[in-house]
Design a binder for this molecule. Structure first.
Ligand code: HEM
Length: 456
């Protein structure tokens, strides 16, 4: 044995072993200190991620969740996306998590999402910067703008899509919904006209981008993720070109105010009313295009999928719409306006029920900022927390026959308690950044609330 080998055996090896033992004991101690929910941490590093992400129907919670809930209860621990995680199918804990956003929990999407949506995307940002971006988006999506611009654009784009439908022909509801939402978002964000070459080119790149966002984050040649990263940079170049054209136009007008129409789209609005850097504007625009397009196109396709199974709902929808059309004809009006929209109460119930049963977004990614105690369980600081919204939407304790498409369950009963919202959580079309749990005002007929009502 050489001298160096002797030194290694006598000094270093015991030190390494001591350190190893030290960390094992610390972990044991931590485990003893924390009363973690039951669960299985699965394989090293991979944990249970593969099982958790196995595809399943949107109207169910999937086999993985079902098995875990029946084995461990609605709150369990696991190892997902490479991190120790608490999964919550518990309506109370989900509400607690979202109510304590920024204080006890914060957004924590996997790093690959930041890589593809950009580090300034609202899904990735936390803290003050997130608040600032949210305020900018909310100011743009103000009520007044929704009333005047968005409603008119929705009508225009709907009619454009409907005109292309041939009588008795077969079409893909999902493709049509994607076409509609992409064109609507492209108009709203950058005033792009549907059908023109540059919009179609952007759409092509966007489709490649989207495929990568929902695929495993493997940055290897030929993978959808790598292709999506390439499409991301092409899309950003496109937006940058539009931004330069717009800035030039504003500067040419001499007063940096530009045309009043520049305020009509998000690009013009952020250029005029915010101090965001070029990089921030590019990420904001791309992530809003993504957030608005993916979710609403799936929701529209799901409504088309659910409705034929409920002929009474189709009948009631048609009656509601025909009545509005009749009244407009009598008044000599053509375009839909905000008053018409407000009359569509049953339509709103159909949308709410589609979002509940369709679960466009099934779970959210959060992280504990401090050690948190909930119902006797500990959620250690730094652990990931996944509130599974779908499990609440499909919970038979909260919704009668949850698998049943029943828009009438959303009809407002005036004697309804204000805290009716406490037991479920869902985001509302268009107003997402605004809709955090504490300012949701809509009421619903959940099972528990009806029971409480009948007792009082
Ligand atoms: C049916 C349609 C939609 C559904 C189901 C939906 C769902 C959601 C959900 C669940 C989140 C929360 C993500 C989280 O907190 O972790 C979210 C956030 C967001 N959504 Fe939507 N969304 C829809 C439509 C839209 C549209 C049309 C836009 C934009 C025009 C949009 C913009 C956003 C933005 C910017 C955020 C981030 C908000 C923030 O972090 O404060 N969404 N959406």
């Amino acid at each position: 044995m050489s001298d160096s080998e002797i030194i290694f055996c006598c000094c270093l090896l015991p030190s390494i072993l001591a350190l190893f033992l030290f960390f094992i004991l610390i972990r044991r101690k931590q485990k003893r200190m924390f009363n973690l929910p039951p669960g299985d941490m699965g394989w090293p590093f991979l944990g249970e991620t593969i099982g958790y992400l196995k595809p399943y129907s949107a109207t169910t919670i999937g086999q993985f969740m079902e098995q875990h809930i029946s084995r461990y209860g609605k709150i369990y621990k696991s190892n997902l996306f490479g991190e120790p995680t608490i999964v919550s199918a518990d309506a109370g804990l989900n509400r607690f998590i979202l109510q304590n956003e920024g204080r006890l929990f914060e957004c924590s999407y996997p790093r690959s999402i930041g890589g593809i949506l950009g580090k300034w995307s609202m899904l990735v940002l936390v803290g003050d910067m997130h608040r600032d971006m949210r305020i900018i988006s909310l100011n743009f999506l103000s009520h007044a703008r929704l009333r005047t611009h968005l409603l008119r654009e929705v009508e225009r784009h709907t009619l454009l899509v409907l005109k292309t439908w041939q009588h008795n022909s077969i079409f893909s509801a999902q493709d049509e919904a994607k076409k509609f939402t992409f064109n609507l978002m492209a108009t709203h964000i950058m005033s792009l006209d549907p059908g023109v070459a540059e919009t179609e080119q952007l759409k092509k790149e966007y489709i490649t981008f989207m495929k990568g966002v929902v695929s495993p984050p493997l940055n290897l040649p030929g993978t959808p993720y790598r292709k999506a990263l390439q499409s991301r940079s092409t899309i950003l170049k496109f937006i940058k070109r539009k931004m330069d054209e717009r800035t030039l136009r504003m500067n040419e007008s001499g007063n940096n105010i530009g045309n009043p129409e520049d305020d009509d789209d998000l690009l013009g609005w952020v250029l005029k009313h915010s101090n965001l850097s070029t990089e921030q504007i590019l990420d904001l625009i791309l992530s809003l295009l993504f957030a608005g397009h993916e979710t609403s196109s799936v929701a529209i396709a799901l409504a088309i999928y659910f409705l034929p199974g409920c002929p009474n709902a189709i009948q009631q929808l048609m009656e509601e719409h025909s009545e509005i059309a009749r009244a407009k004809k009598q008044a000599g009006e053509t375009e839909l306006n905000w008053e018409d929209y407000k009359k569509m109460e049953f339509t709103q119930c159909v949308i709410s029920e589609t979002l509940r049963l369709g679960n466009v977004v099934r779970f959210l990614h959060r992280k504990a900022l401090k050690d948190v105690k909930y119902k006797g369980y500990d959620i250690p600081c730094g652990w990931k927390v996944l509130p599974v919204i779908a499990a609440v939407h499909l919970d038979p304790m909260l919704f009668d026959h949850p698998q049943h498409f029943n828009p009438w369950r959303w009809q407002v009963s005036h004697s309804f308690p204000q805290h009716a919202f406490h037991y479920y959580y869902y985001y509302y079309f268009i107003f997402c950044p605004k809709v955090k749990i504490n300012n949701m005002k809509k009421k619903t007929n959940t099972k528990r609330e009806r029971e409480r009502e009948s007792k009082s």
